[in-house]
Design a protein. Structure first.
Length: 367
């Protein structure tokens, strides 16, 4: 009992000394104590730059299966020409290919017929409205004419939509029909897949092209649960080589059953110049609530507690330097800290007990 105050005084003195100077350990002592060090920034999450599928606003669009399925469901058409290849940039409205076939002629014929019926129904309605105003026909007759006009207008709208989806123009008043349908790019982007080949017969759900919009670009980030802990939509994301950073938009709540990882999605405002679809990249994520200064995620075993404070040990030529840190969040695997150290710093992750013993004067430090 009498030795406790003396030991406490010794610890306090050791801490005061350690904050002013390094913990002196020779290379031989470091090796014999099983001490291991790693770069502070070694724990960055890894991700894959990719474009999400089936999303016209931010990702890839399978033109054939989505746009032309209804138009070609009755009988096949044929690819007449293909005007783009894999990897080519395209502009919105640019012609990608031309299709020919009987279904395309039939679509135009049906539209022309529906347009003629709609015009006739509209003229009948105008006539019956005038006759009803003069008291010549009954209200029920006028109601029937109005119903017929509405049905004709709906049918015309349906046929017009079918033409638009097939890439066909509306036939002129003279009845001339287009010989081919033009497949056009729905947005500025790049050709990720060009499955269409001249002479190929295609029908409903046949993919012709896959286009990707590179601005904005989505990043699919794969992270461990420890790395993803505390991250939320709105957190800043940076990619080496990209001048503009992005933001996390989605953090999935479940763990992948195959590799026990979490998926995060981030969006870069413009990525075509610095990353490419399906490229693996290294990303850095900075939480919105990160304190001023540098914040890092380190193995939980690298952080030690002493006198109600948290510390890490930074490697220096003489041995190690203790650095007080602020713990932002922690788990069994990793701990996120705020520390006044540079990214190039190397920290101890194994042998922490031996370093701490030398720091407090309880181990074999260098004399």
């Amino acid at each position: 009992m009498k030795r406790l105050p003396a030991l406490l005084s010794l610890c306090l003195a050791a801490v005061a000394f350690a904050e002013d100077g390094p913990i002196r350990l020779s290379p031989d002592q470091i090796a014999r104590s099983g001490i291991a060090v790693v770069p502070l920034a070694a724990g960055a999450a890894q991700g894959m730059a990719t474009l999400m599928r089936i999303d016209a606003a931010h990702g890839c669009l399978e033109i054939g299966s989505i746009i032309y399925g209804r138009a070609l469901q009755r009988m096949p058409a044929m690819v007449a020409t293909v005007r783009v290849a894999y990897g080519e940039p395209v502009k919105k409205g640019q012609v990608l290919a031309r299709l020919q076939g009987a279904p395309l002629i039939e679509l135009q014929r049906e539209f022309a017929q529906a347009r003629a019926q709609a015009e006739l129904a509209a003229e009948s309605l105008r006539r019956d409205e005038s006759l009803h105003a003069d008291g010549i026909i009954s209200q029920s007759r006028l109601s029937s004419t109005r119903t017929a006009e509405r049905q004709s207008a709906l049918l015309l709208a349906e046929k017009r939509q079918a033409l638009r989806l097939a890439g066909l123009p509306e036939p002129g008043a003279g009845g001339a029909l287009a010989s081919a349908a033009e497949i056009r790019a729905p947005f500025d982007g790049v050709v990720l897949e060009a499955a269409a080949q001249p002479g190929q017969r295609v029908d409903a759900m046949t993919p012709l092209f896959k286009l990707g919009r590179l601005s904005p670009l989505w990043l699919e980030i794969q992270a461990t649960p420890a790395q993803a802990a505390g991250l939320a939509p709105g957190d800043a994301v940076s990619v080496p080589g990209c001048q503009q950073g992005g933001r996390i938009t989605v953090v999935t709540p479940h763990v992948d059953a195959h590799d026990q990882s979490l998926r995060l999605r981030a969006e870069l405002p413009s990525g075509a110049a610095c990353v490419r679809p399906y490229q693996f990249v290294q990303v850095e994520v900075k939480p919105k609530d990160a304190p001023a200064g540098n914040a890092w995620r380190v193995p939980s075993g690298a952080v030690t507690r002493h006198l109600s404070r948290s510390w890490i040990f930074v490697a220096v030529p003489e041995g190690f330097r203790p650095v007080a840190v602020q713990v932002l969040e922690e788990s069994a695997q990793s701990t996120r800290i705020a520390a006044p150290v540079e990214p190039s710093a190397r920290i101890a992750v194994k042998g922490i007990t031996a370093i701490k013993g030398a720091w407090l004067g309880l181990g074999a430090g260098e004399q």
